[in-house]
Design a protein around this ligand. Structure first.
Ligand code: IMP
Length: 193
């Protein structure tokens, strides 16, 4: 199965979460397939489907993808599907995070609710896309904490700790991607029949 991402953080997480399946999972780089993917969908599900279908068409192999992002209630759901492109695609995360915290400077603690959402799309040999979606509720903190994870993890808090303060296993147990991948893993035996 080829995982349609160039994101190292996601690749690490998916390998850990799906390790029990015993299936070889290749990154696009390892599979030698790095086509340009135009993520012009307006939902996580649409973008996940675009990514997995593109890789499946180019390689003829089974593909999975994750489209995910951070939806902040105070910002009416932004950055949402634009999470990777927020403040510019190549802008380093410390800058993206500083901009997000600045947008929330007047938000009271109870107004800082947010969720990460992940849509996983699997496309098997019959070329039919199957979607699995899950979220993880949390709040946006006032400062970065922790060194683990990637992206917006240092400001996304579940209870007292940020995602970046959790071990890989702790994050996977509660994260949007962990939950969506477990839904996928439960269905996989059926999908491979
Ligand atoms: P995508 O790769 O186009 O799906 O963009 C997903 C973006 O959402 C990432 O680049 C991060 O900015 C953000 N994101 C998604 N999942 C996570 C996570 O688990 N931790 C931190 N940031 C995340």
């Amino acid at each position: 199965i080829i995982f349609a991402t160039g994101n190292e953080g996601k690749m690490r997480e998916i390998r850990l979460i799906l390790a029990d399946l015993g299936l070889p999972i290749l990154s696009m780089k390892e599979a030698g397939a790095e086509p340009e993917i135009v993520e012009n969908g307006s939902t996580f599900g649409e973008n996940a489907t675009i990514k997995a279908m593109t890789i499946h068409k180019v390689t003829g192999k089974s593909a999975i993808s994750d489209d995910s992002g951070l939806c902040v209630d105070y910002l009416d759901g932004r950055p949402g599907v634009y999470s990777a492109r927020y403040q510019g695609e190549d802008t380093p995360y410390p800058e993206k995070i500083a901009a997000l915290l600045a947008e929330l400077k007047d938000a009271a603690p109870e107004e800082r609710t947010a969720r990460f959402t992940s849509a996983i799309c699997f496309v098997g040999e019959d070329s039919t896309p199957h979607l699995f979606e899950a979220s993880c509720e949390g709040t946006i903190g006032y400062e970065c904490r922790g060194e683990n994870g990637f992206g917006y993890d240092p400001i996304f808090y579940v209870g007292e700790r940020s995602f970046a303060q959790l071990s890989g296993e702790e994050k996977d147990a509660m994260s949007h991607r962990g939950k969506a991948l477990r839904l996928f893993a439960e269905e996989l035996p059926q999908l491979l029949k």
